[in-house]
Design a protein around this ligand. Structure first.
Ligand SMILES: Cc1ncc(COP(=O)(O)O)c(C=O)c1O
Length: 492
């Protein structure tokens, strides 16, 4: 949000580090109190109890626990396409099936369920059918054990590819939750704090949550998650109970970073800047879509723009493999970007809100080049399809190499599933300025076999030979390699 190595934040963090970086969770610090009070003043109406956690997922976990405790109920609903973190509970909220399927049996907390979202571009229940999605939520709230404590939603689904919902849907969701005493937890970990052209994306759609969770850019590099809850939900008894004790919660160092970020946001009027830059980008990409049929949709509020690349405008089939190649092309051209969505086909355009105008113009030009690249790849692939020459598994392999799209692509008959222990590609996204390349053949989950033991294997002549432990690749430890776009190692 405020850019990498923001000098104001760096200075504030250094000052706090030199005075009081950490306290025992039983103690308070002036910096923490100042931060929580200031955040409380910025939150949607009524959310005045604020806790600072070590990450977004931690804050979602805390919100879920609090909701269960205050309602005395055990069920939690989330949306198809949702992403709320990677702890066991937040993974159970995942509406992106491939995220959960990493666990054997795609295990899920038994009282967590997902309901269809109201995607404005690819609605799972049919075009323009957000009412059907709203009805699906109501019946889910009335079904199951009728024990729903909370409904968790992103205002715009970031990891799912900047998926938007129509305004009427937010009204319906709020009504359905209120009527049943179900708490509404809004995840603004990607959309919050000026990014969407308002302090919170909630503000754009008239959403009044019972709890709001934020994180990520709020610390400008310092790990942070924030939970803000309605004050009446956290009474003295709950506050004094040991329900969420984490060493790195409520720490002054994170608060110092957070305060400095709020200063920058206010001093540089970043919410308005996000709105202005966002309209410029959206307009630019819409004009681009007149030239290139691979752009199916351009969407997202403020500077939280998604460009949905498709193979076919009519079917909206994601341009998965072209985008996987485009990601590398973009990095080589100097644009570090990310393609999200379950098809790995939505370019997430969300540069720092402080990006200088000249750099911003350059980014737009580079997106033009990336789009042209995707269009060329699309034409090539159609030619190959026409000749029936698309090698089996080609699409799936490229998709896996790129990221989250792996769940969306049909595997060709007879093609083997990707190796279970491939490094999880979505981890790459957390590395600013560098991409994370898997060490070739490093299989970090595999145990080294005991000396003398080995996998039985057959050579061409049918004889059994032993692959001994000594023949295993030298890297038995997971040592990710950080590679810069120019191919040089980022770490010695
Ligand atoms: C929408 C959303 N919710 C929750 C999380 C989890 O946050 P963290 O990775 O800080 O635990 C993320 C992280 O990508 C996110 O994008």
């Amino acid at each position: 949000m405020v850019g990498h190595s923001n000098p104001q934040v760096a200075e504030a963090v250094a000052r706090q580090m030199a005075t009081l970086p950490t306290t025992n969770i039983l103690h308070q610090s002036d910096t923490l109190i100042a931060y929580c009070s200031r955040l409380a003043g910025l939150m949607p109406e009524g959310l005045t109890k604020v806790a600072v956690l070590a990450g977004g997922g931690d804050a979602i976990e805390a919100a879920i626990k609090l909701a269960m405790r205050v309602t005395g109920r055990t069920e939690v609903l989330s949306l198809h396409g949702a992403y709320h973190g990677m702890s066991l509970a937040t993974m159970s909220l995942a509406g992106i099936a491939s995220d959960r399927s990493w666990l054997p049996g795609a295990v899920r907390w038994p009282t967590f369920r997902q309901v269809p979202n109201a995607d404005t571009y690819r609605n799972p229940l049919g075009d323009g059918a957000w009412e059907a999605s709203a009805r699906a939520l109501s019946s889910a709230l009335d079904g199951g054990y009728r024990q729903v404590a909370a409904f968790v939603m992103e205002i715009v689904q970031g990891p799912n590819g900047h998926v938007l919902f129509p305004p009427g849907y937010y009204d319906a969701v709020q009504r359905a939750c209120r009527e049943r005493g179900v708490l509404l937890i809004v995840d603004e970990i990607q959309t919050g704090m000026a990014r969407c052209g308002a302090t919170w994306a909630c503000d754009l759609f008239g959403v009044k949550p019972d709890m709001l969770v934020a994180g990520k850019a709020l610390g400008a590099g310092v790990p942070i998650g924030v939970l803000a809850a309605r004050a009446d939900l956290v009474d003295d008894a709950i506050e004094s109970e040991p329900w969420n004790i984490l060493t790195f919660m409520n720490q002054p160092l994170a608060a110092a970073a957070g305060l400095a970020v709020l200063d920058v946001v206010e001093q540089q009027d970043l919410a308005n800047r996000a709105r202005a830059l966002g309209s410029r980008a959206t307009e630019h990409f819409r004009q681009l879509s007149d030239r290139f049929e691979v752009i199916g949709d351009v969407r997202g509020p403020g500077l939280f723009v998604g460009i949905d690349y498709v193979r076919d405008l009519r079917t909206k089939e994601p341009a998965t493999s072209a985008c996987a190649d485009a990601w590398v092309f973009a990095a080589q051209r100097g644009l570090l970007c990310q393609f999200g969505g379950i098809g790995g086909n939505v370019l997430k355009f969300k540069p720092p809100l402080t990006t200088p105008d000249e750099d911003f113009g350059r980014m737009l030009d580079l997106v033009d080049e990336v789009t042209e690249f995707i269009a060329d790849r699309g034409r090539e692939s159609r030619r190959r399809d026409d000749r029936g020459a698309d090698p089996p598994g080609d699409r799936q392999r490229r998709c896996c190499a790129q990221g989250r799209g792996r769940g969306a692509v049909r595997r060709d008959k007879g093609e083997r599933a990707p190796q279970r222990h491939q490094p999880v590609p979505s981890l790459r996204r957390c590395i600013p300025g560098a991409v994370l390349a898997p060490v070739p053949s490093a299989n970090h989950s595999r145990q080294r076999p005991a000396p003398g033991a080995g996998d039985a294997d057959r050579d061409r002549g049918g004889r059994v030979r032993r692959r001994l432990a000594s023949a295993a690749p030298p890297h038995s430890v997971c040592r990710p390699r950080l590679v810069r776009p120019d191919g040089r190692d980022a770490l010695p």
